[in-house]
Design a protein around this ligand. Structure first.
Ligand code: SAM
Length: 476
């Protein structure tokens, strides 16, 4: 994070806006909205700025600013697009200790102006750190669209109960849960649908029974998908924002844990190449203990919990202790990697079925019957096989599978670091050794692999920003 997000209290303070442009009008509007005393300097402002004449808190100076004008100034905005004026504004601001922001002139900016969604008193500020303001504006439009207009009023409404909740609900965790249930539960729904009286009654009822409920934790087994955070489900995201403790695999992609509630405890229970952090038994025991303490425990697993994820075992073991468990699906690596690399796992002309197999089980490499799996009309996706690519290819060929059978190894699929090595059963082992892939990786076997070149360039419409980045880098 290059910038620290803060909200400034500028009520009653002096804000200078230098310039009479549309940008100036937007700065004036926002500063007046936050209660500032706004001084605009410009000999001939445009209509949008003149529209503020006469507004309380607004003073227009029909001249250029001089350094002395910045005395007692708190924030100075440059919008004139005249280099000399910008330089003077910055010098004046620095002389008197004001914060400066000159539109599109990074070296004259102490801060950046975010895109803002207002649901007074709720304010959402979005920034890309100056990298791509258009992205922030697009996001703002999306947030505007999805956030009910009454959300700000809901915040005001529930704030009336703040003292009562503090006095009635014991313990910070219980209080946070009470707030969440109030806002996202029936009371919030009633308020947003216009029934304030019902909302108030529901809150009163909840307050009356608040401390009667026994502390009861639960476990959520949630699939996080193959790595690209955009491939999380809405449910997974919601759970990530509600959990008290998150137990995650090492496979959870970069950026994913940033989406977990800030004050949730994060525990890495993952394991890589035999370096166990926590055993399966220890992980389950930890989930049970935390849930018994009344915590909402999120077990975040790569891909889908029930596909080579031992989710079934965890579910059984936790449920056996009488703890409620909820399972949420995720996009499994095969589905994510196929789409992100332009390899359709099924295709009418190539494969009418797809099988997912794991390369190894509890006791090492599995003795698969490759002639049964690798057939002309079927795609085989091998999980957990990167370390055994050469052995798998050799075993398949020894059993009689054609050495010319197409194979692709997808490493870190859907992530920005995605790489694909393609070849045939005969040469894939040596190609993968040269590529020095780090994993996690999947091995895809079958003629669909040859479609990658054909569909990958023009035919595939990228589905996520990560894939778009890959396209831009020629990665697809
Ligand atoms: C223990 S399994 C977990 C599979 C997961 N439950 C799923 O549904 O994708 C781990 C294996 O999944 C595959 N995998 C997971 N994420 C991947 C990714 N982003 N790219 C390629 N393979 C991946 C690799 O074969 C890795 O060894």
């Amino acid at each position: 994070m290059d910038y620290l997000p803060i909200f400034l209290d500028i009520a009653g303070k002096k804000v200078i806006v230098d310039g009479g442009t549309s940008v100036a009008a937007r700065r004036i509007e926002r500063a007046l909205g936050a209660g500032a005393e706004v001084h605009c300097f410009d000999p001939a402002p445009g209509d949008e700025v003149r529209a503020f004449l006469g507004r309380a808190g607004f003073t227009h100076h029909p001249r250029l600013a001089v350094e002395a004008d910045f005395a007692t100034c708190f924030v100075a905005y440059g919008t004139s697009e005249v280099p000399e004026r910008d330089a003077l504004l910055y010098a004046g601001a620095k002389r008197y200790g004001a914060l400066a922001n000159v539109a599109d002139e990074k070296e004259y900016c102490d801060f950046i102006t975010p895109s803002v969604v207002e649901r007074d008193p709720l304010t959402i500020a979005i920034s890309t750190g100056g990298a791509a303001p258009v992205v922030a504006r697009i996001l703002r439009a999306r947030v505007e669209a999805m956030l009910p207009a009454a959300y700000g009023r809901l915040a005001l409404f529930v704030s009336r109960f703040r003292d009562r909740i503090a006095a009635t609900v014991k313990g910070s965790t219980a209080r946070r849960r009470f707030w969440e249930n109030m806002i996202e539960g029936h009371a919030g729904d009633a308020f947003l649908s216009g029934d304030e009286a019902l909302a108030a009654r529901l809150i009163e009822e909840d307050l009356a029974g608040a401390n009667r409920k026994a502390k009861r934790g639960q476990v959520w087994l949630v699939g996080a998908g193959p790595g690209d955070p955009d491939l999380l489900t809405f449910k997974a995201l919601r759970m990530m924002q509600h959990a008290d403790v998150v137990l995650h695999d090492r496979l959870i992609g970069e950026g994913m844990l940033d989406l977990v509630r800030r004050d949730a405890t994060r525990i890495d229970v993952g394991k890589r190449a035999g370096n166990h952090v926590l055993s399966q038994e220890e992980t389950t025991a930890l989930m049970v203990r935390l849930a018994r303490e009344g915590k909402r425990v999120l077990r975040l697993k790569g891909g889908d919990p029930f596909i080579f994820g031992r989710g079934g075992e965890e579910l059984e073991e936790v449920a056996a202790h009488g703890i409620p468990v909820v399972v949420m699906p995720g996009i499994t690596a095969a589905a994510g990697c196929g789409t992100a690399t332009g390899i359709p796992l099924t295709h009418r002309d190539h494969a009418q079925s797809v099988v997912f197999v794991t390369a190894h089980g509890k006791d090492g490499l599995l003795p698969h019957d490759w002639t049964r799996l690798v057939r002309p009309d079927q795609t085989v996706v091998v999980y957990m096989g990167l370390r055994f690519v050469a052995e798998i290819a050799a075993a398949a060929m020894a059993q009689g599978v054609a050495g010319a059978t197409p194979v692709a190894v997808v490493d870190n699929g859907t992530r920005i670091s995605q790489r694909v090595v393609s070849g045939t059963l005969a040469d894939i082992g040596s190609k993968v050794a040269v590529a020095d892939l780090k994993g996690p990786a999947l091995i895809m076997i079958g003629s669909v692999v040859t479609l990658r070149g054909k569909l990958g360039v023009e035919g595939v419409v990228p589905g996520t920003p990560h894939e778009m980045a890959l396209v831009a880098r020629g990665g697809l």
